[in-house]
Design a protein around this ligand. Structure first.
Ligand code: 3EB
Length: 343
């Protein structure tokens, strides 16, 4: 593989592997650029883990990212990062009990350092953020903890002069039962193209009923990743139409509605360039609130997408809490397709 494509950008690549496959990498000796592990052991510096229970049969999995071979690693405040000069992966793990701060202050501190790390590496544009919050739906002294998180996060975006509304990065925010506040992110040198979902109110414009500060994310983001390819990052997507949760208590209907939302956001993304994405060819992570719901969620997905589809073959199912009490399922994904943005 040539290190640089004709535009001078070292291509960014991603593959979803089982834990043993990812540990068998790389043939050349040095570790891959970075990875996001699902249920993986916690001791690999290049593979920060998501501390959630894996429900799919294949067990621990990892999304392994490849960039150029010249990887520098460092820390900026609470952020550990790896950067090849064009692409950057970062991880933050902040334990509230150790830090002695509430979740709003913790989120503020985490994102402040995150933006400092971007400035330090020159990869100043966030493409995608994964947020995992301990006890996301618990009360945090008069305000739900997810809403506290939203306060600190938005404040840090605004202070850093980063787009907190239009142009916010793609993201997901899930609840884990224990451990630290975990944030993982991917950044680059070029701003991604944000994509909204015409079926949903933009999350950054949710009304105040959902908390004093809106969540800070776009429904999806598109980025050229070198080698003539475009990456689509689909934010956490759930059974929300407009700004309201629909099908309360009905996991089947919530799953079907989530699929309609995914279809809509993919269609919107396909209008922004020549790359063509389809719902049956994405690398999805499916979060279910109740372990017992996993089989029925899988059944509905298989009905819509086909058992043999790429999406069904590659989906990782995790147990996690979703940011609204009444949401039972959430799906996020990435996909890569040939093409370019604009045109
Ligand atoms: C929603 O649509 C569901 O706070 O970063 C999805 C994706 C959700 C990202 C976030 C929250 C976030 O509002 C929740």
């Amino acid at each position: 593989m040539s290190a640089r494509d004709f535009n001078g950008v070292p291509p960014l690549r991603v593959e979803r592997l089982s834990l043993s496959e990812s540990l068998a990498l790389p043939p050349g000796g040095h570790p891959p650029f970075g990875a996001l592990g699902y249920g993986t052991p916690d001791q690999l510096a290049w593979m920060p883990t998501v501390n959630a229970r894996v429900l799919s049969g294949a067990g621990a999995m990892a999304d392994v990212w490849h960039a150029s071979e010249h990887v520098e690693s460092g820390t900026t405040g609470v952020v550990r990062w790896r950067c090849d000069g064009h692409w950057m992966l970062g991880a933050i793990d902040l334990d509230e009990t150790v830090e002695g701060a509430g979740l709003s202050e913790l989120a503020h501190r985490a994102y402040r350092d995150l933006f400092q790390s971007l400035a330090q590496t020159g990869c100043t544009h966030l493409l995608r953020i994964w947020n995992y919050l301990p006890r996301i739906n618990a009360d945090g002294g008069g305000l739900e903890r997810y809403r506290q998180f939203n306060l600190g996060r938005q404040e840090a975006f605004v202070e850093a002069g980063q787009s907190a509304f239009e142009g916010a990065p793609a993201a997901c925010a899930l609840g884990i039962h224990q451990g630290a506040l975990c944030i993982r992110f991917l950044a680059g040198r070029v701003a991604p193209l944000p994509v909204e979902n015409p079926r949903q109110v933009s999350a950054y414009h949710y009304p105040p009923a959902y908390g004093p500060r809106s969540p800070t994310f776009s429904r999806a983001a598109l980025a050229e990743i070198g080698g003539g390819d475009v990456a689509l990052f689909i934010s956490g997507t759930a059974s929300i139409v407009g700004h309201e949760t629909v099908h309360r208590g009905d996991v089947r209907a919530q799953t079907a509605e989530t699929l309609r939302n995914l279809e809509a956001v993919i269609a919107a993304a396909n209008q922004r360039g020549t790359a063509r994405f389809t719902l049956d060819a994405i690398d999805a992570v499916v979060y279910v609130r109740h372990v017992a719901d996993a089989p029925v969620v899988r059944e509905i997905l298989a009905q819509h997408l086909g058992d043999a589809s790429h999406t069904m073959h590659h989906a990782v199912f995790l147990q996690a809490d979703v940011c609204r009490q009444d949401l039972l399922v959430e799906i996020e994904a990435h996909a890569v397709a040939g093409g370019a943005l604009g045109g």
